[in-house]
Design a protein around this ligand. Structure first.
Ligand code: SAH
Length: 376
């Protein structure tokens, strides 16, 4: 990166992981340990003004102010739900915006982070998919979401932290933005960053098989896989990338993951949609599949509706029966409680503002118009 000779192009320090930051400091003629001092200011003290970094010499502070900056995304709007869930709408370039959600629970606080503006995968039951796709987020835009939320919440590093877990389950397919997501997750894990253990940083994927293997080489984090159906025909309808990487290949990748990281397990997300994938036969298929991954667990998510969708949430009885059937077969199965749905912050409801580069948002608007007509 050419920074020194081009004073106009200031560098955003949030784009660097620890090694990158050390290299940058070397490049501007400073000792690499200075990078670690600054890193601590950025992620432990949530400081974005070099002038306040009191243990950094005056000359270096001035130099840093000249060549770089610490730039987190701007909050356009933040909203609190009645259950304590908090959602931020963060402004990106050219009218785009993404969403980040904080979910407090008695023993932990989970931040749900976006990886792309929109999503290209077009899963039929996801509102982000229906919005279309604009672009990948930069490393700074990804780790910046954690930074903004941490600052707002008064997160304290290492003790009584408000953010104890991060899940890459917001807008976008994180593996499709591999390098930036991995770099941002390194900062989440790094002791000089947010210092979160591997089991507390989770990447969720719709099943980009080759990248699952790459991820296991690149970094230690937890993996969640959006399954939603245990037969190929139905899964392809719900998660179209299944056509390219069918269930057998996805399972094989999961088995490789578990074999390489013996102490970890994988969570399979299964969104329950009325009459679509919530019947006893579907549970039976899922049980059969889970036998191949005995240490893994299932997370059931009741479908969260959004305008223009053709799906409905499963009946409470069916959800309970589905879970019981899995539990009776010895499959560790959790039911995800719906949080923040009064502010559209629940799974699959994150839409932000996406300047669509596909035709998908037009299709969604057409469906919404038709729906409105039917309602008259
Ligand atoms: N693209 C990644 C990250 C998104 S994670 C992935 O697919 O895993 C968000 C989770 O919520 C995924 O499991 C997704 O399938 C699920 N989801 C999407 N839309 C939903 C909806 N309307 N109701 C409930 N869950 C939904």
């Amino acid at each position: 990166m050419q920074v020194v000779n081009n004073p106009l192009a200031k560098v955003n320090l949030l784009d660097f992981d620890r090694q990158g930051l050390r290299d940058f400091f070397t490049q501007i003629g400073e000792k690499p340990y200075r990078a670690e001092q600054v890193m601590k200011w950025i992620y432990h003290d949530l400081e974005d003004n070099f002038e306040n970094m009191t243990d950094v010499g005056k000359a270096l502070r001035a130099k840093l102010t000249e060549v770089c900056y610490i730039g987190a995304p701007k909050t356009l709007l933040d909203k609190a739900a009645t259950d304590g869930t908090h959602k931020w709408l963060l402004g990106m370039d050219s009218g785009n915006a993404i969403e980040t959600v904080y979910i407090p629970e008695p023993t932990r606080g989970t931040l749900c982070v976006s990886s792309q503006i929109g999503c290209a995968l077009n899963c039929s039951f996801c509102s982000t998919g229906a919005q279309g796709f604009n672009r990948n987020l930069s490393t700074a835009e990804i780790i910046g979401q954690v930074w903004v939320a941490a600052k707002y919440l008064g997160n304290v590093t290492h003790q009584n932290r408000r953010i104890t877990n991060v899940v890459m389950m917001g807008m976008g397919e994180p593996l499709a933005n591999f390098d930036n997501v991995v770099r941002a997750m390194r900062l989440m894990r790094d002791d000089l960053g947010f210092g979160l253990a591997a089991k507390r940083v989770t990447l969720s994927t719709a099943g980009m098989v080759p990248l699952i293997d790459q991820l296991s080489d690149a970094i230690d984090v937890s993996l969640a896989v959006s399954l939603h159906a245990a037969n190929d025909e139905l899964r392809t309808e719900l998660v179209p990338i299944n056509k390219r990487y069918p269930i057998a290949e996805l399972l094989a990748a999961c088995q490789r993951w578990v074999a390489r990281k013996p102490r970890t397990s994988i969570t399979f997300e299964y969104t329950l949609m009325k009459g679509v994938n919530d019947q006893p036969e579907h549970a039976r298929q899922l049980i059969k599949l889970m036998r191949k991954l005995p240490t893994c667990k299932v997370n059931l998510i009741p479908f969260n509706p959004f305008p223009g969708t053709r799906y409905e949430r499963s009946d409470a009885n069916d959800i309970r029966d589905f879970q019981t059937q899995l539990l009776n077969a010895g499959v560790l199965t959790m039911l995800r409680r719906t949080r923040g749905d009064d502010i559209d912050a629940a799974c699959g409801q994150l839409a932000g503002q996406v300047t669509d580069r596909t035709r998908r948002s037009a299709d969604l608007r057409k469906r919404q118009d038709e729906e409105a007509l039917h309602a008259i």
